[in-house]
Write a protein that binds this ligand. Structure first.
Ligand SMILES: [Zn+2]
Length: 339
């Protein structure tokens, strides 16, 4: 399978992170790339550098003021006396009833959902290349490849139209889906990351042309808390085109695969022209987040089950954090997918 990745994606190197209020090292480390590249190569992937697709595929998802914010906020932030090294929000609007703020501090609060997405000098460039890897994989599938893998890092599925969050800045899975829409009328996005794909759900919540399905740890006591519950079904003409399948903590292979069968029935009924898999590997039993208990052979079964949908498929990397098996889990998924 073709795989896409650019070295610029490694330059984003976030430091700040709070877990239950306590400062911790940020888990979204550049080293993840090395493990994932090794895993993709072990599965027989050839790694290609994506082209520079410019801002238009990103602007097809994200708002102009948000893209401008991501592009320029770091330089503006550094002009503030005694500001932190990275852009980190310390004030948030309650909902969005007020005015759009003019200041860097106000805009950081407006456009950043939490403290897990600090912005440094390299962040925007890394995030653009990550999105372009997703676009390149979509282009490969549009050109006739049965499937392609985008090694997207930083990840994307927690990013909304105009809000970053949870290590994510540009929603790569949404960018890939929207790019596929140039050629295909109906797209399904299947998110198997440990965490609910709240940004992706939010982006397509009112649209019937992109079905969003997410399998994840129950958000009742887990990030992203406010989204991912089973009663979130879409709105307006998108009502019924969002399916959430929250799982109890520590669910293993069999429970995950049961939920995947439910997801597949919904996707088959939708009859999409193409599929985007938001591939988090953090549902792994040894992942530092410890939310679910999928095994390495379990990822192979998940890949096999998704391939049985027999759809043109863009596989977009989402989460999956540093642990010995990170690369092996990607290899297992991709080899399972390719049968
Ligand atoms: Zn995750």
């Amino acid at each position: 399978m073709k795989a896409f990745y650019a070295d610029e994606q490694k330059r984003h190197d976030p430091k700040a992170f709070l877990s239950s209020g306590a400062p911790q090292p940020n888990p979204e480390q550049p080293e993840r790339v090395e493990r994932l590249l090794a895993g993709a190569r072990a599965a027989g992937c050839t790694i290609e550098r994506p082209g520079n697709f410019g801002l238009s595929p990103i602007a097809a998802i994200h708002s102009p003021e948000y893209i401008d914010f991501l592009q320029h906020i770091y330089a503006r932030w550094r002009r503030i006396e005694s500001a932190s090294e990275e852009v980190i929000p310390n004030i948030h609007p309650i909902a969005r009833g007020g005015s759009y703020p003019a200041s860097a501090v106000g805009q950081a609060g407006y456009h950043m959902a939490d403290t897990a997405c600090p912005i440094s000098a390299e962040t925007f460039d890394s995030a653009c290349w990550s999105a372009w890897s997703a676009v390149a994989a979509a282009e490969a599938v549009m050109a006739g490849e049965p499937a392609a893998y985008a090694l997207c890092r930083p990840p994307g599925h927690h990013a909304f139209v105009d809000v970053a969050g949870g290590f994510c800045f540009i929603n790569n899975s949404a960018v890939a889906a929207q790019h596929l829409r140039r050629q295909a009328a109906r797209i399904a996005i299947l998110d198997v990351d440990l965490h609910h794909g709240n940004g992706t759900q939010g982006i397509f919540y009112a649209r019937p042309d992109v079905l969003t399905v997410s399998i994840h740890a129950d958000p009742v006591r887990f990030y992203p808390f406010f989204w991912g519950h089973a009663d979130e079904r879409g709105e307006g003409s998108g009502l019924g085109y969002n399916l959430n399948l929250p799982l109890p903590r520590k669910t293993g292979d069999d429970g995950f695969l049961d939920a995947l069968e439910t997801a597949k029935r919904r996707i088959t009924a939708f009859a999409p022209d193409a599929l985007v898999v938001a591939l988090g590997l953090d549902a792994f039993e040894g992942d530092p987040f410890g939310g679910l208990s999928v095994s390495t052979p379990g990822f192979s079964r998940i890949g096999q089950a998704i391939a049985a949908l027999k759809l043109p498929t863009v596989i977009v990397q989402e989460g999956g954090y540093l642990c010995d098996a990170l690369g092996d889990n990607l290899t297992a998924f991709l080899t399972g997918f390719e049968g």
